[in-house]
Design a protein. Structure first.
Length: 151
């Protein structure tokens, strides 16, 4: 998996639906600490963000743990598609997450799938950075920071 310079490199490729993994209704307010699935909207169903296999050797040099892809299933294996969403801060400080907030995503695979980050330059056409998980929530400036935008 990789990032791109544009959220609209292809229709829906940069758009993710946040779904509760704990039974909250669609459209319910997301709070910092919620357990979620992230569903990509490419082609109406680009799959769920999922850890799958170990990070590449280059990613491991920076602490990378698991490779990240999409899967047709919410959880390809127990916890691979579940992410704990943590907001860095929000205003007002009521624990809710809002568009524009910076978040960190922690994967629950094996109770320690680690934090989603960018790591190394992407090799696929149109890609910018590869994506994996890492034990460090932000091992270098902004690699583990993700910003929410309303689609």
């Amino acid at each position: 998996m990789s990032t791109a310079d544009s959220p609209t490199r292809g229709a829906g490729t940069g758009t993710w639906q946040i779904l509760s993994a704990a039974g909250k209704a669609i459209g319910a307010t997301v709070a910092s600490g919620d357990l979620v699935y992230l569903r990509n909207l490419y082609g109406s169903d680009g799959g769920y963000l999922d850890t799958n296999g170990h990070a590449t050797d280059n990613q491991k040099n920076s602490g990378g743990k698991y490779n990240v892809l999409t899967s047709k299933d919410q959880d390809r294996a127990p916890g691979t598609g579940r992410w704990r969403l943590f907001a860095q801060a929000s205003s007002p400080a009521d624990q809710n997450v809002r568009p524009g907030d910076v978040i960190h995503l922690w994967n629950t695979y094996g109770d320690n799938g680690d934090f989603l980050e960018t790591n190394q330059h992407g090799t696929a056409s149109g890609s910018k950075y590869d994506v994996c998980t890492n034990a460090y929530y932000n091992r270098a400036q902004n690699v583990g920071d993700w910003t929410l935008h309303r689609a």
